[in-house]
Design a protein around this ligand. Structure first.
Ligand code: ATP
Length: 199
């Protein structure tokens, strides 16, 4: 499994449709200060469902949409898609290529797509659990992340180790089941109350 291609349009400093290919091997992105290198990483984080504007180096939701320049009008939407090669089936889905896309509008609406079919962020999150490429995965090591890992408390470090060890998926499923169990118990209590009333 590896990241094959990114397509960015209207995201931060990329108003035009921009295609970035990631062939196998080591790749470095070079460019002058402020040319948009970190914006590519922000785009990866954003398409994977990042909701925290602080992590995306902005304040408001629309800060990820191209805000215009002296010569160019601002845009009212942006979209980012990533293409993942999954020939080794490391991601548990019957496709050898997976495309994940996110679209956002100035109105605040945000849409997610999995292989061009609209889906929920939850679907993407569940698909990427334990692969290391999710929003909370360890595949994006940004500036300061190493410090965070070294200086983090045992809980934070444990989260990273659990993701690498493939335990996150089971913890997530356990928490989801517990939530469903709580709802079922509440319903049962309500039914018992009604039953007592009619008795
Ligand atoms: P450095 O080498 O200094 O870290 P960089 O190449 O990583 O720089 P980025 O931080 O990716 O650069 O890009 C910063 C540029 O992106 C700034 O010029 C900023 O004006 C532009 N930018 C950020 N958000 C938007 C936006 N919403 N619309 C237009 N331009 C934006």
């Amino acid at each position: 499994m590896y990241l094959k291609k990114m397509e960015i349009k209207g995201f931060k400093s990329f108003p035009d449709k921009t295609e970035i290919l990631f062939p196998h091997g080591l790749i470095s992105v070079v460019g002058p200060n402020g040319s948009g290198k970190s914006n590519i990483l922000d785009a990866i984080r954003w398409v994977l469902g990042e909701q925290s504007m602080k992590s995306l180096r902005g304040d408001k939701l629309e800060d990820v949409i191209f805000s215009g320049t002296e010569k160019r009008k601002e845009m009212n939407y942006c979209e980012v898609s990533m293409l993942i090669d999954n020939q080794d089936k490391m991601i548990d889905i019957d496709y050898s290529e997976i495309s994940i896309k996110r679209k956002a509008f100035k109105s605040g609406e945000s849409q997610f797509f999995l292989n061009n079919k609209q889906c929920r962020l939850k679907d993407i999150k569940e698909l990427l659990l334990d692969t290391g490429i999710g929003r909370e995965g360890y595949s994006i090591i940004s500036q300061g992340k190493i410090d965070e890992i070294v200086n983090g408390n045992s809980n934070q470090r444990r989260k990273i180790l659990e993701e690498a060890a493939g335990i996150t998926k089971f913890r997530y499923k356990k928490e989801e089941s517990e939530k469903k169990l709580d709802v079922a118990n509440e319903n049962l209590e309500r039914i018992n109350d009604v039953y007592k009333e009619v008795e």
